[in-house]
Structure formats: C-alpha cells, structure tokens
Design a protein. Sequence first.
Length: 83
Amino acid sequence: MSFILRRLGFYVVAAWVALTANFFLPRAMPGNAVQAIMAKFPGLQPSAYKALQAMLGVGHPGSLWHQYLAYLGDVSGSTSAPT
C-alpha cells in the first residue's frame, strides 16, 4: 500500500511541476508569445489574437500569482477562478 501511495505522490508532484513549467515558459520568453505566433502565420484573422491569448492563458488582468491560480483552476476544471 505504501508503494502505491509513494507512486501516486510522485505523479501528483510531477504533474504539478509540468503544469507550472507550462505556465511560466511562455511568460519567460522575450516579447509577447501571441505576437510571435501571429508573425509566423500572417494569414491569421485578427480574431485569432484573442483566441491565442485564451489558449496560452496570457493577457489576464491581475498579478502573476493570480494568473497562475486561475490557470491551475482552469486546468483542474473548476467552474470559478480563484480570487
């Protein structure tokens, strides 16, 4: 039983690390990640800018901590973002 709990704990920590890296990497790149993608694909419609912002989770108001908590809430499937 302890083997299963250790393994489960490992997977929970690994998932948290992966999600955290996925959140911070687009924000760590210089410039704006959405503008970089839009520059690579000039045929995209202007409405794609908002869609890319939503997909990458950038452009949200508030502090980085609030954005991170909202991102984790969105990933977990909760219906309300933390305040």
